[in-house]
Write a protein that binds this ligand. Structure first.
Ligand SMILES: [Zn+2]
Length: 179
């Protein structure tokens, strides 16, 4: 069973009478998820932009940066994004970009009319954005230094104990002091 997650050209998308829908139930190479990426993604062309709607979820295993334990994080891309179809994909035309930003502030991405929309790439980018920059297992993370600091103070106590009772020089000194 192969799922059709192939990119679609803007021209082909334009020729469709209904939105293009992809169903996800697979792994994507770049995302090391522990469960398949599941959900759907829809692309629809309107005037000079694409409307991307998606509901995609998966789970990844991460290592907590504080306590070094592994934990599972849910990643999900549940959103609607507008992608401008423009020959100036880098917004080099100040007139175009000015006009665009006046219309709406949702214009973050643009795509060239000769390009293709890649659902896998889109899913990868959106899910990657959900990856935390600092992995913390939970708000109740016990942390890494708590236990080790305890150990250190125990060791200090032990050391003190040893010097007072076991070092024979101390008893000698005491004897001298007494005499
Ligand atoms: Zn932790």
């Amino acid at each position: 069973m192969t799922l059709d997650l192939k990119p679609i050209s803007i021209k082909e998308l334009t020729s469709l009478s209904s939105p293009k829908v992809w169903t996800f139930n697979c792994y994507i190479d770049q995302i090391k998820s522990i469960t398949p990426i599941k959900g759907w993604l829809q692309a629809e062309k309107k005037d000079n932009y694409l409307i991307i709607t998606a509901n995609i979820k998966t789970k990844v295993d991460l290592t907590c940066h504080r306590c070094l334990k592994n934990f599972t994080k849910n990643l999900k891309a549940v959103e609607e994004e507008l992608i401008l179809i423009s020959k100036n994909t880098k917004g080099s035309d100040p007139v175009t970009s000015q006009k665009v930003f006046d219309e709406t502030e949702d214009w973050l991405e643009s795509i060239h009319p000769n390009d293709s929309f890649d659902p896998q790439r889109w899913a990868f980018e959106q899910l990657s954005l959900q990856m935390p920059t600092v992995n913390i297992c939970s708000q109740a993370c016990p942390g890494f230094f708590r236990d080790s600091s305890k150990k250190t103070s125990n060791m200090n106590n032990e050391t003190d104990h040893q010097t007072t009772t076991l070092d024979p020089r101390w008893s000698l000194l005491k004897k001298i002091q007494k005499t």
